[in-house]
Design a protein around this ligand. Structure first.
Ligand SMILES: Nc1ncnc2c1ncn2[C@@H]1O[C@H](COP(=O)(O)OP(=O)(O)OP(=O)(O)O)[C@@H](O)[C@H]1O
Ligand SMILES: [Mg+2]
Length: 356
């Protein structure tokens, strides 16, 4: 569609005024020189009261670090963000805002374009959704535990009952053996639930050797209906890790992929160096990325949000502990593991920071 200049100017103005995001144009002294309707709605002030005013005078209080978010945009011409800034408007309402800023150069002047979005609803929605998923995960855990404990307990009780009346020594020995066996099963369950109790034994090693042993253990290279693709970056230097534990993590993920590919398919194991890996709450660091992907049916939506919680499983006989243990082990390496999945594609990314 071509729009002639006059119409397009008019149309752009309508679009600008109808944007749901509050957009403000500031000069270098932080004075507002242009805004849209959403800004008035957000601030509870008419355009006349806003235009020409200093940004600070539009609030009773705000924690927006205008200097920081505009500083880098001025210098580098990049977008800067501040999330969840607290503001109290002139009419005493309060809100949480996410602000992005971008530098605009126009006729030898530099302006800052600020976009503000109220995120209270989003935050509340996230909190409610997190709470629901935690509740679901806790219920799953209790149900799973009850199930895992009930079976051996039943066995122990039955054997003890037999023991009570059994006179034949051989039968009595068998009952005692059964009790020991089931008690061991329970102890093993508790140990797995508690997770790894040893600190990782780290040494420098080649990650591709670790991956090759996973491939051997999973017998993936002999699988007829599953193709294995390796996409290694040979320039990756030795990493300081507990080879056995990383092997255990990758093996569980590869086995999960194998189990998901019931009708066959492809598993790709990829390694890369991630130069600016962002870690939640920590400074970005150079990291090794191990990605295991498959073209299976994808993670079922009902368990997606609680995937890394213990006892999240939809497998017959699965304990649902594999990924939760994997997360603990990667955490012990100061690393990070995440998953992206949709029908036809699932990928697990393991990030292991390089030590300095
Ligand atoms: N590649 C994958 N494709 C589809 N679903 C997957 C994939 N990987 C994991 N899942 C789902 O995630 C669930 C949790 O995996 P996890 O390894 O924690 O436990 P599990 O495999 O069920 O049991 P365990 O590993 O303890 O024997 C699995 O039951 C499966 O439904
Ligand atoms: Mg598993």
């Amino acid at each position: 569609m071509t729009i002639n200049n006059n119409v397009s100017q008019e149309l752009f103005d309508i679009i600008w005024q109808n944007q749901s995001t509050a957009v403000m144009l500031l000069d270098e002294n932080y004075k507002l020189i242009y805004t849209n309707n959403s800004t008035s709605e957000l601030l509870g002030l008419g355009p006349k009261r806003i235009l020409g005013q200093h940004f600070d005078s539009l609030f009773n209080y705000h924690s927006i670090d205008l200097k920081s978010i505009t500083q880098y945009s001025y210098v580098d011409g990049i977008d800067c963000y501040q999330h969840r800034a607290d503001v109290v408007f002139i009419d005493a309402r309060h809100a949480k805002l996410t602000i992005s800023s971008r530098q605009i150069k126009f006729k030898n002047h530099i302006y800052m374009l600020l976009e503000c979005r109220q995120t209270d609803d989003e935050i509340k929605h996230n909190q409610a959704s997190n709470q629901m998923h935690q509740y679901q995960a806790a219920r799953n855990l209790i149900r799973g535990l009850a199930h895992e404990i009930k079976n051996p307990l039943g066995g122990i009780r039955g054997a003890a009952q037999l023991l009570q009346y059994e006179v034949d020594q051989q039968e009595r020995d068998q009952c005692a053996e059964l009790i020991i066996e089931q008690a061991d099963r329970l102890r093993e369950l508790v140990d797995r639930l508690l997770g790894p109790n040893q600190l990782p034994q780290k040494t420098y090693g080649n990650i591709h050797q670790t991956l090759e042993s996973v491939i051997k253990l999973s017998t993936l290279d002999n699988c007829t209906n599953i193709r294995l693709k390796k996409d290694y970056d040979p320039s990756i230097p030795d990493v300081y890790i507990d080879q056995g534990k990383v092997q255990q993590v990758v093996l569980n993920i590869v086995r999960n992929a194998q189990q998901a590919l019931v009708d066959g398919g492809e598993i790709t194991i990829k390694t890369r160096i991630n130069h600016q890996h962002r870690r939640p709450g920590k400074a970005p660091k150079k990291a090794l990325l191990i990605q295991i992907s498959d073209n299976g049916p994808g993670i079922h939506h009902s368990i997606k949000e609680t995937l890394f919680y213990p006892m999240t499983t939809n497998k017959e006989g699965g304990s649902g502990l594999g990924l939760s243990i994997a997360q603990t082990l990667i955490d012990q390496h100061d690393g990070y593991i995440d998953c992206d999945s949709w029908p036809g594609h699932t990928e697990f990314n393991i990030y292991l920071p390089f030590t300095d």
